[in-house]
Design a protein around this ligand. Structure first.
Ligand SMILES: Nc1nc2c(c(=O)[nH]1)N[C@H]1C(S)=C(S)[C@@H](COP(=O)(O)O)O[C@H]1N2
Ligand SMILES: [Mo]
Length: 458
């Protein structure tokens, strides 16, 4: 109540949205010229170069857009759309976003990879609402490029420790009883660039290897049962993709037996997009993205982990003692404030809605605390419904910005009681040489001029 009154009495602050078109052609040119330097410097330099134009043009002017005399021409002069005939139905058989939203795009981080086929594009988290990622903005991670595979020719095989090896067509799979569930997918390398230091400017690039969809498909356990799987001896499953990357991953049967792992064809009410594995992908809730095999063509049931190339020598956690940890698959509890976030500009003092996303590979998010003073004081954010297991959870918190520098952080706790660590806490356990599984608390510095910067507190 008190907060609501406060909200009404204060004017609402305006926000310059994130720099969705952050890297213009010129910025990318500069980036290429800097490519001689070390990789991390290279990436950091790339963003710095691209950011120059941005900060210079940031203004805090403009008051209320309604002139004090004469009224608002946007109200007084009837616009064309109120006077003339609009466009007919099916102008576009498959609708697109408004042209005014053209800058909301998934984007590739300049200098991160040598080719566009073995690369990543990041979801524009700062521009999204709720918990669902629109299919066209789902992040992408390909090891050998993507394909649009003819579903009538796609086959899915189940073999190994089964008494009746099976080959399914898409038609056969889609006739079986299906389930639909919301889950996040996060690449194990999300936030990787930030392990040592601040590296990239916006939450699209720090946290955008993250998406959440309603997936539809058949529980893998159903297909194993059809194949007469030996569920006593069969303790590990190999999942294999059909693209040239020969992406193969070991999935523990404990995850499969619970019925959570899906052989999915649907994503947010339609078929998977080609970039996301059309016509078939594995959904492994709570587990890092690499195990969500796309273009899924085979699973084999076995009695031990396979030590495939993408688990024996890649996707390892380098620990402080120099040893590499294998099979750390779970995405621990994590959160990020998406507004205000890096690259945005607060144009006035006043009310702001702090909003962000929280998730845990172990189940539901129980609580999100938000600090605006770098972690000294915390307030509990509102969790918006639905709060689902192993799905993104949206949180919101009222905030009145007084125009002074502020450091905004979010700290999530999941239903197991696990609390998201600070960078010092994470580094104490994991060191600084890792790539994967960085779930540290993110800090955004709101400067007194309103510009928001990515920072790390030691
Ligand atoms: N067949 C195949 N499956 C794959 C990959 C791939 O390159 N080929 N990349 C993996 C990785 S590392 C991630 S993070 C996710 C990314 O899924 P997305 O592209 O739908 O976001 O797919 C995984 N499954
Ligand atoms: Mo990944």
């Amino acid at each position: 109540m008190k907060q609501d009154e406060q909200r009404m009495s204060l004017s609402s602050g305006r926000l310059r949205k994130a720099p969705e078109n952050f890297l213009d052609r010129e910025g990318i040119q500069t980036v290429k010229m800097q490519a001689g330097q070390g990789r991390r410097d290279f990436i950091r330099g790339a963003f710095a170069a691209a950011a120059t134009g941005l900060t210079a043009s940031a203004t805090r002017s403009q008051g209320n857009p309604v002139p004090s005399e004469g009224g608002d021409p946007n109200i007084l002069n009837l616009p064309e759309h109120s006077r003339a005939l609009g466009q007919g139905v099916v102008t576009d058989g498959y609708g697109k976003p408004s042209k005014y939203e053209a800058n909301v795009q998934r984007r590739q981080s300049p200098g991160l990879t040598q080719t566009a086929q073995a690369s990543v594009s990041f979801s524009p988290l700062q521009s999204l609402f709720g918990i669902v990622t629109p299919n066209g903005l789902h992040f992408e991670r390909h090891h050998q490029g993507w394909w649009d595979i003819d579903p009538s020719r796609h086959r899915f095989m189940v073999n190994g420790l089964v008494s009746r090896p099976q080959v399914f067509t898409m038609d056969e799979l889609m006739r079986l009883p299906s389930v639909s569930r919301f889950h996040f997918i996060e690449c194990g390398a999300n936030t990787a660039a930030e392990w040592g230091n601040v590296a990239v400017p916006t939450c699209q690039y720090t946290h955008g290897m993250l998406s959440c969809s309603e997936f539809t498909g058949v529980p893998l356990i159903t297909l194993l049962e059809i194949a007469g799987a030996d569920l006593k001896k069969g303790r590990f499953l190999l999942a294999e993709g059909g693209d040239g990357s020969s992406m193969t991953r070991t999935i523990p049967m404990s995850l499969v037996r619970s019925g959570e792992v899906l052989v999915a064809y649907g994503q947010n009410g339609e078929m998977l997009r080609p970039e996301n594995g059309y016509p078939l992908r594995l959904v492994v809730p709570g587990v890092q993205g690499v195990s969500w095999i796309k273009y899924l063509r085979r699973v084999e049931l076995g009695d031990q982990p396979w030590a495939a190339k993408d688990e024996a020598i890649h996707y390892l956690d380098v620990m402080p003692d120099g040893k590499a940890r294998q099979y750390a698959n779970l995405q621990e509890c994590k959160s990020v404030v998406t507004t205000p976030s890096g690259g945005q500009v607060l144009l006035d003092k006043g009310f702001y809605n702090i909003t962000g996303l929280a998730w845990s590979g172990r189940g539901k998010v129980r609580k999100v605390d938000v600090s605006v003073d770098g972690g000294r004081n915390w307030r509990t954010a509102r969790l918006e419904t639905p709060v689902l297991s192993k799905a993104l959870t949206r949180f919101n918190l009222d905030w009145v910005w007084d125009g002074k520098a502020a450091i905004i952080q979010s700290r999530a706790t999941d239903e197991t009681g696990y609390v998201q660590p600070t960078y010092p806490q994470l580094r104490a356990v994991r060191g600084t040489r890792s790539i994967y599984h960085n779930n540290a608390i993110q800090s955004w510095l709101v400067q007194d001029n309103g510009e928001v910067k990515n920072v790390q507190l030691s």
